[in-house]
Ligand binder design. Structure first.
Ligand code: NAP
Length: 287
């Protein structure tokens, strides 16, 4: 029987700490501020944006949401990003991805001031993560590292297998585990004999976007299993990339979906915004 890693509980604890730090900053006249930009009408993205705004309010942050029409041009979006780059009330800028097809995610991200890039997607921040000298950590992998720490799980010397190599989850996750002295293997869709690799893992992090893909026979007894996946079943229910029913009896620790990694991601976004605000804490905010 695995111990269930309660992402909601850990997220609540970290958010409490963030709220306390925010209160200290407010005494100095600084209110951490996050701007979220969404282009188009994707309902799922709109829900994420609403959740981010609510999370900001709960910890005492200032937040601004820009809901732009689908027809927004690159110039218009870049003008808004430029304005927010120069707005002292805003310490973090997040552009909800994916953008509509006529807009290039990479161009927009590259125009966010790296000091306000709280998603840590700007090439400067990606490079900093690579060399281990970072200001912001990408939210989802950072959330996973906090969960491991809260459970007393130290990756040092352990076999860590990351399934998935996306720029937002798999690759930075591998890098953070490496910085934590894990022995890291990254798998992807071209990996041969995937189960042979996943069965070696002391810590298995799965981020592929395929419902219930990792089954009990692919997991070593006593492994720590972190399920980043978020997939909608035909009945509308949310499920992870890990088949919880067959993996849970073998694992020592496991994250559920929902209620595992998900709540940590927005928490880390708040953490990054706080980090950014603390950096400028000596600077009075614009009136
Ligand atoms: P992505 O960009 O689609 O990347 C998926 C990765 O999985 C790719 O590297 C792909 O390999 C690999 N993959 C696909 N099928 C595979 C297979 N059969 N065997 C081994 N590897 C396979 O996805 P993502 O953005 O990283 O997201 C992954 C999942 O995490 C999704 O369910 C997403 O919704 C979820 N997610 C959750 C959170 C959260 O807050 N909980 C945050 C972000 C993402 P190739 O590179 O070879 O194509």
């Amino acid at each position: 029987m695995a111990q269930i890693i309660d992402g909601k509980k850990i997220a609540a604890k970290v958010r409490g700490e963030i709220a306390a730090e925010c209160a200290e900053l407010l005494k100095k006249g600084i209110q951490p501020g996050l701007a979220v930009i969404i282009v188009g009408d994707d309902p799922a993205s709109k829900v994420y944006v609403r959740n981010k705004k609510k999370a900001c309010e709960e910890v005492g942050f200032h937040s601004e949401v820009y809901e732009l029409p689908e027809a927004t041009t690159e110039d218009e979006l870049l003008a808004l990003v430029g304005r927010l780059n120069n707005d002292d009330r805003i310490h973090g800028i997040l552009v909800q991805l994916p953008l509509p097809r006529h807009l290039n995610d990479d161009i927009i991200i590259a125009n966010i001031d790296p000091k306000k890039d709280v998603d840590a997607f700007h090439p400067v921040n990606v490079g900093k993560i690579m060399i281990g000298n970072y200001d912001f950590l990408p939210c989802t992998p950072a959330g996973v590292m906090v969960m491991l720490k809260e459970c007393g799980i130290d990756p040092a010397g352990k076999e860590c297998v990351v399934v998935g190599r996306s720029n937002i989850v798999g690759k930075p996750q591998a890098m953070l585990l490496l910085h934590a002295n894990g022995t890291v293997t990254v798998c992807h869709s071209k990996t041969k004999n995937l189960a042979d690799v996943t069965r070696r893992a002391d810590i298995l992090v799965v981020a592929i976007g395929k419902a219930d893909f990792i089954t009990g026979d692919m997991v070593k007894d006593g492994a720590v299993v972190i399920d980043v996946g978020m997939n909608r079943r035909p009945d509308g229910k949310l499920t992870g990339d890990v088949d919880f029913a067959s993996v849970e009896p073998k694992a020592s620790f496991i994250t559920p979906v929902p209620g595992g990694v998900g709540p940590m991601t927005i928490t880390m976004l708040l953490q990054n915004t706080l980090t950014s605000a603390k950096r400028v804490a000596g600077t009075p905010p614009r009136a």
